[in-house]
Design a protein around this ligand. Structure first.
Ligand code: NAI
Length: 335
């Protein structure tokens, strides 16, 4: 029986990379029943909102979505549809792995990191305003709760064990943000005592950024609050070759949304040269999530082999292939 999945093509390069990923996921042998749904800037003219009610209903029903990037106006306009979806479905765990690719030249080899980011609280809580009509000052409130910290850090400990990883590093700024980051750190220390079988370390975020650039292989799995996780996971993407290569899962108790870490890439949208790897690997994470291990493995191997062969790599990786040519190189390996 096919498993229903909500499919959100999204904005900018979204439709081209998502369609490429769907072809590859199907070629890998997974039986999924795609339910297309609109969201993002493209949904505003047709539905009057970046998150139409039917899209929310579809995700609520299927509990599973594959999503392309959604454009968010910068500094004005509606709030991020991504943040809204994460809040609506309480997708508290954002899991962003970054593993080196054979054939992609980067400063370091053998990078294998996972950033686990708290996805609903902190500075992304959406509590912000200008203090007066002249907009002479503004404030944003960071909300961190013990319960919210417990569930993400507990998720991270379980992730380490389930995936047979080595170590969990909690990233914080409790020296300055003594209450919010302090609460997150205290919660982590308390949970570490309950998981003596996992090596637990803590590090201040600025030092972590520097250490990641200097010697990434000293880290394994990192757990942190919303904003730090957002920034550090782009850094870890950069370590393995860029945003075209990294996928993320947004996991909640009742639903999960899989996506690329990258955005709508307006600079290359419409040119047919975007790299669909990130969304294909989001597909791999989705397949693993629903227990389709064989299809997940086949797809991950095909993508990695297609990149390693360099026969059709996209410009972000130094090649000149189109999205279509790279997709064909992946599909060929799945036949
Ligand atoms: P971006 O990720 O769209 O682009 C950053 C750079 O990476 C650009 O040079 C772009 O060409 C390149 N890039 C990204 N994905 C690529 C791919 N698949 N293949 C080749 N090159 C790729 O980030 P930016 O420019 O900061 O954001 C643009 C828009 O995307 C904004 O509206 C932002 O809000 C939205 N966004 C949405 C996200 C989501 O839906 N999850 C995540 C990040 C940004």
């Amino acid at each position: 029986m096919s498993i229903p999945v909500t499919l959100i093509p999204g904005d900018g390069i979204g439709p081209e990379v998502v369609n490429a990923a769907v072809e590859a996921i199907e070629a890998a042998g997974a039986k999924l029943d795609w339910e297309r749904a609109a969201a993002g800037a493209g949904a505003v003219p047709t539905h009057g909102t970046p998150i139409p009610a039917e899209t929310l209903e579809s995700i609520r029903r299927n509990k599973l979505a594959l999503k392309g990037p959604l454009a968010t106006p910068i500094g004005e306009g509606y709030r991020s549809a991504n943040v809204a979806l994460r809040k609506e479905f309480d997708l508290y765990a954002n899991v962003r792995p970054a593993r080196s690719f054979a054939g992609v030249e980067t400063r370091y080899s053998g990078v294998d990191l996972v950033v686990i980011r708290e996805n609903t609280q902190g500075l992304y809580s959406g509590v912000e305003h200008y203090v007066d009509d002249e907009r002479s000052a503004a404030e944003t409130i960071s909300i961190i709760t013990r319960k919210g910290s417990e569930r993400i850090i507990e998720y991270a400990f379980k992730y380490v064990k389930r995936n047979k990883r080595r170590r969990l590093t909690l990233v914080h700024k409790a020296n300055i943000l003594k209450a919010t980051s302090g609460l997150f750190l205290d919660t982590g220390r308390a949970l570490a005592a309950k998981h003596p079988d996992v090596e637990f370390k803590e590090i201040i975020v600025d030092n972590c950024a520097m250490q990641l650039v200097k010697n990434p292989n000293q880290f394994d799995v990192l757990v942190t609050t919303n904003l730090f996780g957002d920034i550090l996971s782009d850094l870890t993407s950069g370590l393995i070759g860029g945003l075209g290569l990294t996928a993320g899962a947004n996991i909640g108790r009742d639903a999960a949304i899989f996506e690329a870490v990258h955005g709508t890439a307006p600079d290359i949208a419409g040119k047919g040269i975007s790299n669909p790897t990130a969304v294909m690997l989001a597909g791999v994470m989705l397949l693993e999530h629903i227990g389709e291990r064989t299809a997940a493995e086949r797809l991950a191997t095909a993508v990695r082999e297609a990149i390693a062969s360099k026969e059709a790599i996209t410009p972000d990786l130094g090649g000149s292939a189109t999205t279509r040519m790279f997709t064909s190189a992946v599909l060929k390996r799945l036949k």
